[in-house]
Write a protein that binds this ligand. Structure first.
Ligand code: F6P
Length: 347
């Protein structure tokens, strides 16, 4: 039985741990594993890589994905569905294990509805996939963002500056919230719970009255409500609204905008740092290697049990599975209780 493995969407630390685990468990159960290169596009291009012990050796600690990735969707192409079915039949895949985020799980669901045997593995540094407590990659991204906040603290304090750190998080502020709390930030701005810039300025001023002449503000890239508040929009709108291959607005830049506005309103010298792709690259933490490995082993067990159209999911300490349809029904955004923990420190 031949199983195709693909990684799709933005890359993420821990992908190679998942691939390695699927292949190792597959060998144990007697399956032939083939890597599909560059996401779903690899099926169209017939770009395949047979995966055995040798190919997955020494990759658990490597960031990125040995298979390459893309945001290509076969269902956005004319006759894409039929072409996909034809190509899968031709390649002889009995099932496909798709490792991806929200956009990729939507494709996986369409593929499943088209009759393809699909198993999903949730991946994203944003940690916003519904039905699973954590996605691998999130822990690594939070660690990197927390380290950045630690580093910003010392320079902010020395120069008596406000530092704005922009982190990723398209729809959900998990990275901003976790790293902000762990790094001792003074305000965290996330898409789920809009705060007024004047409130941020109030915190900065109240800190200065206590002799704290610096502040650290963490903002998620998806906190676009900030734009609405700032009338003097300094960006080239067209450039800002570039779309990615999934048709989504390419984000990034809200931190610079916010820094300018804070400086204008507070009089405090303010600098912005955009963490960008640094938080998505490089070696995964031990937690993400372990989580990725558990997902990979479980995904191959799901295949063995023919649990198609379903996605592996972490619930508490247990790896289980849910239907992909349910997983894409909504996003897992930051809840009020967790946000209130961060708010304790906005003063
Ligand atoms: O989906 C994960 C993510 O990290 C988002 O937070 C971010 O908006 C997006 O990827 C950016 O990815 P790319 O520039 O590769 O499309």
């Amino acid at each position: 039985m031949k199983i195709g493995i693909l990684t799709s969407g933005g890359d993420c630390p821990g992908l190679n741990a998942v691939i390695r685990a699927i292949v190792r468990k597959g060998i144990q159960l007697g399956y032939e594993c083939t890597g599909i290169l560059n996401g779903w596009k690899g099926i169209f291009d017939e770009h395949y890589l047979p995966l055995g012990n040798k190919e997955v050796s020494g990759i658990i600690n490597r960031g990125g994905t040995i298979l390459g990735t893309s945001r290509f969707s076969p269902f956005e192409v004319a006759n894409g569905r039929d072409f996909l079915l034809e190509k899968i039949e031709c390649a002889g895949f009995n099932a496909i294990i798709a490792i991806g985020g929200e956009g990729s799980m939507h494709i996986a669901q369409l593929a499943s509805e088209a009759g393809i045997n699909i198993i999903g593995v949730p991946k994203t540094i944003d940690n916003d996939i519904y039905g699973t407590d954590y996605t691998f990659g999130f822990d690594t991204a939070v660690s990197i963002a927390t380290e950045a906040i630690d580093r910003l603290h010392t320079t902010a304090e020395s120069h008596h500056r406000v530092m704005v750190l922009e982190v990723m998080g398209r729809h959900a502020g998990w990275i901003a919230l976790y790293s902000g709390v762990a790094g001792g930030a003074d305000v965290v701005l996330i898409p789920e719970f809009p705060e007024k810039i004047d409130e941020v300025v109030k915190v900065i001023k109240s800190r200065s009255k206590r002799g704290k002449l610096f502040s650290i503000i963490v903002v998620a890239e998806g906190a676009t409500y900030i734009e609405d508040e700032i009338k003097t929009f300094a960006f080239n709108k067209k450039e800002f609204e570039k779309l990615d291959d999934f048709g989504r607005v390419r984000l990034g830049g809200i931190g610079s905008l916010l820094a300018e506005e804070i400086e204008r309103r507070s009089g405090f010298e303010t600098r912005a740092t955009i963490l960008g792709y640094v938080q998505r690259g490089g070696v995964p933490t031990a937690f993400d290697r372990m989580l990725g490995t558990r997902y990979g082993v479980y995904a191959m067990e799901m295949n063995h049990e023919k649990k198609f159209g379903r996605m592996a999911a972490l619930r508490g300490e247990i790896i289980t599975d849910i239907s992909i349809k349910e997983a894409i029904s909504k996003l897992k955004t930051v809840d009020k209780n967790t946000y209130d923990v961060a708010k304790v420190f906005f003063s």
